[in-house]
Design a protein around this ligand. Structure first.
Ligand SMILES: [Zn+2]
Length: 353
């Protein structure tokens, strides 16, 4: 298993200390977005829990449990993945890792009730290796109320010798009944510098500009940023769209070209890029240095600053709401907003249409 990134060491240590001291309840919930490495964190915790002779805070790496876990075939480990559809095949797996490195967060919409029922049944059976069981529920915020209620009893009191580990985007997306008996551990995003250092250690070929742009567009979540940086097409398309946006703002390019440049991007990404841009303009207006505002290295701040602050605040709130609920978003909504802003901006700067 690769060593955990620096920002995950503290939450991991908190888990390990509770386990070592024998004060771990039957469930643990991490508030940790996927792009911060939630999957790696909970896999490491489960591995430590199942290890037959841990050398705290690390598992021994050589016992039968550690070997099976590394191979992805530990019978007393089970992972419930979120899926794109409520129907279809089971999303349960004994492996802590996804084989086919799917794009982070892509399409995860449901934690299926049948999978949760199956998990509860599995927990009620005795452990194959006689050393406890560990279950993981990913994207726990996607558990519907009905699904959560159906398995609430198991969540409140998992069978002795078993542990349920969940990760969710945040605690406030979970039912109070789920949260009440669990050990709750929050994971904070790394500083920008720490995130950039990790990115360059994982891929020394990344340009500083590319890494910074990807990290910014991924809300400071390094694993998402690495995936975006490796998908060169997305980063290039965002760069081109921001360039066309900048050209339209400064009168060097047309509005239609700017809107069309954003059209191929996922709408959630467009919303994020534009809300980050608005935020940077507000920071710039408040006296922030341009060197800390990566999008304003692409888009001339001077042109953007013609937009009144109250317009910017309103636009930022709209875009934040859109970015938080991408499945509900009509695919062209941010582009329509963008067109409206460009006209509003032009009006504000007094240039003829
Ligand atoms: Zn071990």
């Amino acid at each position: 298993m690769p060593e955990l990134p620096s920002w995950l060491r503290k939450p991991y240590a908190e888990f390990a200390a509770a386990l070592e001291a024998g004060r771990l309840p039957g469930s643990v919930i991490f508030a940790c977005p996927e792009g911060l490495g939630a999957r790696d964190l909970v896999a490491a915790c489960a591995r430590l829990y199942l290890c037959h002779s841990p050398r705290f805070p690390e598992p021994c790496a050589v016992c039968r449990a550690c070997e099976l876990n590394a191979a992805g075939t530990h019978p007393d480990f089970l992972r419930v993945r979120a899926t794109a559809s409520a129907e279809g095949a089971s999303a349960l797996t004994h492996s802590p890792f996804d084989a086919d490195d799917e794009e982070l967060g892509s399409g995860a919409r449901y934690v299926r009730i049948d999978d949760l029922r199956e998990l509860c049944h599995w927990l009620s059976e005795s452990a194959a290796l006689g050393h406890g069981k560990a279950a993981i529920i990913e994207n726990a915020q996607l558990m519907q109320q009905g699904a959560a209620n159906a398995v609430l009893k198991t969540f409140e009191e998992p069978p002795s010798g078993s542990l349920i580990i969940m990760w969710a985007q945040s605690f406030d997306t979970l039912l109070p009944t789920i949260l009440s008996r669990a050990l709750k551990i929050s994971v904070a995003a790394p500083s920008k510098q720490e995130g950039l250092q990790w990115l360059s250690s994982r891929d020394p070929r990344l340009t500083p500009q590319g890494a910074e742009l990807a990290l910014t567009l991924c809300r400071g979540e390094p694993l998402s940023a690495l995936a975006m940086a490796h998908d060169g097409n997305t980063l290039a398309a965002v760069g081109a769209a921001l360039g066309a946006f900048a050209a339209a703002l400064s009168g060097r390019g047309g509005y239609d070209e700017a809107c069309e440049a954003f059209a191929p991007l996922p709408s959630a990404l467009t919303a994020r890029a534009l809300s980050e841009f608005v935020l940077e303009v507000l920071k710039y207006k408040a006296g922030g240095g341009q060197q800390d505002l990566p999008l304003l290295k692409i888009i001339p701040a001077k042109a953007a600053c013609a937009l009144p602050a109250d317009h910017l605040f309103k636009a930022w709130r709209e875009l934040t709401a859109i970015a938080a609920a991408p499945p509900l978003l009509p695919s062209r909504a941010p582009v329509a907003l963008l067109r409206a802003w460009l006209y509003a901006l032009k009006g504000a700067s007094g240039t003829a249409r």
